[in-house]
Design a protein around this ligand. Structure first.
Ligand code: KG4
Ligand code: ZN
Length: 370
């Protein structure tokens, strides 16, 4: 596919096999190798667009959240999500370009999340990105949503480079991985059942905190005692780095049902704090253990649950004690956004990754798959 501008090899730069190096012309007409990516994210309930320079500098980060809409139903309704993405996507992209003070023509490439996620929601972003790339004659880069979450760490941490250990905790994923290189992962452990975010959402619903569960549990837990209720910490037999949260979730549900049967009032802050403490303890201890065992001195966290205040505090403390450097994105870059997609896309682009016009949404895309 054609790239904009002249083709030029920068000084001291290794050639990218099978790929052209895009050149962005600056105002004074001198070529520069700055890479500007317009990134689009629509995998779940956030319509987002961002302009990212050279993978680490966010020039704009526009997020249109559908939370209010889905709150009525207690969770994300896929059909409504797709329709809302269609309604919002052009406006969000326009805002992202305006805020960055740049035009579509000035972009080096267009990037989009193509999986995993809700198929209808993903398709809106993919179709939009293809149309823009085709019309503006720009290269198209397809990005793995989870690779995006991990790459959110590069935005505010200029010193962070692979390899490092990363705990990925979102609404649909719980993975402990070694980030071996940009976009290259070795999976050490994963959840056997519920994802960490899913457990937060289910417990929140059961206790009447509503949707989205994670932030509500986080807030309620601040007023509660994390040692008030002793919930189980599941160990998964054959892999020390796998996780399981369904036992914990059932224990919380049993606790609620038992209290209701006995006519006892539930102390919601105590329950939230105790549940959260159980999740955080398992996530932190397993991540630190893996980092020690594999000899990594850098640990990062990623995904919506990475914005949890207790997880951030717990990880910070444990890393300090173990002499490990701890990295985490700001909360706005933890939950779904397009800046993280722009960051991931930059490294994919530099490696020569280009998507064709047949790029499709892949709802079950696995980490490490292309
Ligand atoms: O990464 P994300 O925005 O979307 C997915 O890719 O899934 O993660 C959403 C998940 C939800 O389950 C939400 O409840 C959880 O992240 N979450 C939190 C917090 N903020 C969002 N969980 C715990 N504490 C939070 N502060
Ligand atoms: Zn996500």
């Amino acid at each position: 596919m054609p790239v904009s501008g002249a083709l030029e090899q920068g000084p001291g730069k290794a050639p990218v096999s099978g790929a052209e190096i895009s050149v962005h012309d600056t105002e004074n007409g001198h070529p520069s190798e700055d890479v500007y990516i317009l990134a689009i994210e629509s995998s779940c309930d956030e319509t987002a667009a961002s302009v990212v320079k050279n993978g680490r500098t966010v020039l704009s980060n526009i997020i249109s959240s559908q939370i209010d809409l889905h709150t009525l139903f207690g969770g994300v309704v896929p059909e409504i999500a797709s329709r809302k993405h269609i309604e919002k996507i052009n406006q969000v992209i326009e805002e992202a370009l305006t805020e960055a003070h740049m035009s579509l023509e000035e972009m080096t490439a267009i990037a989009v999340t193509y999986g995993p996620g809700l198929v209808g929601a993903l398709l809106v972003g993919v179709a939009e990105a293809k149309a823009l790339a085709y019309a503006a004659k720009k290269p198209l880069v397809g990005v793995h949503h989870i690779e995006g979450h991990v790459s959110a760490n590069f935005i505010e941490n200029p010193d962070l480079e692979p390899p490092f250990m990363c705990l990925i905790v979102s609404g649909g994923h719980t993975h402990l991985v070694i980030v071996k290189d940009y976009g290259e992962f070795e999976i050490l452990g994963r959840t056997r059942d519920d994802a960490a975010g899913e457990a937060f959402d289910k417990v929140a619903r059961a206790v009447g905190l509503g949707y989205p569960g994670g932030p509500k549990v986080d807030k309620a837990a601040k007023e509660g005692n994390p040692h008030a209720i002793e919930f189980p910490r599941a160990k998964v037999g054959d892999n020390p780095y796998d996780f399981s949260f369904s036992g914990l979730k059932s224990a919380v549900l049993n606790y609620i049902n038992h209290a209701k049967m006995m006519g006892e009032e539930i102390n919601v802050p105590d329950l939230a704090a105790s549940f959260q403490n159980a999740v955080v303890e398992v996530l932190v201890s397993r991540t630190i253990e893996a980092a020690k065992q594999h000899g990594y001195k850098c640990v990062a966290i990623a995904g919506g649950v990475a914005s949890n205040s207790a997880l951030r505090a717990g990880m910070e403390k444990a890393c300090k004690e173990a002499g490990i450097q701890f990295f985490h994105p700001s909360p706005i870059f933890c939950t779904d956004n397009a800046a993280m997609i722009g960051a991931a896309a930059y490294y994919e682009y530099k490696k020569g990754a280009r998507a064709g016009w047949d790029l499709n949404a892949v709802p079950n895309l696995k980490l490490g798959e292309r």
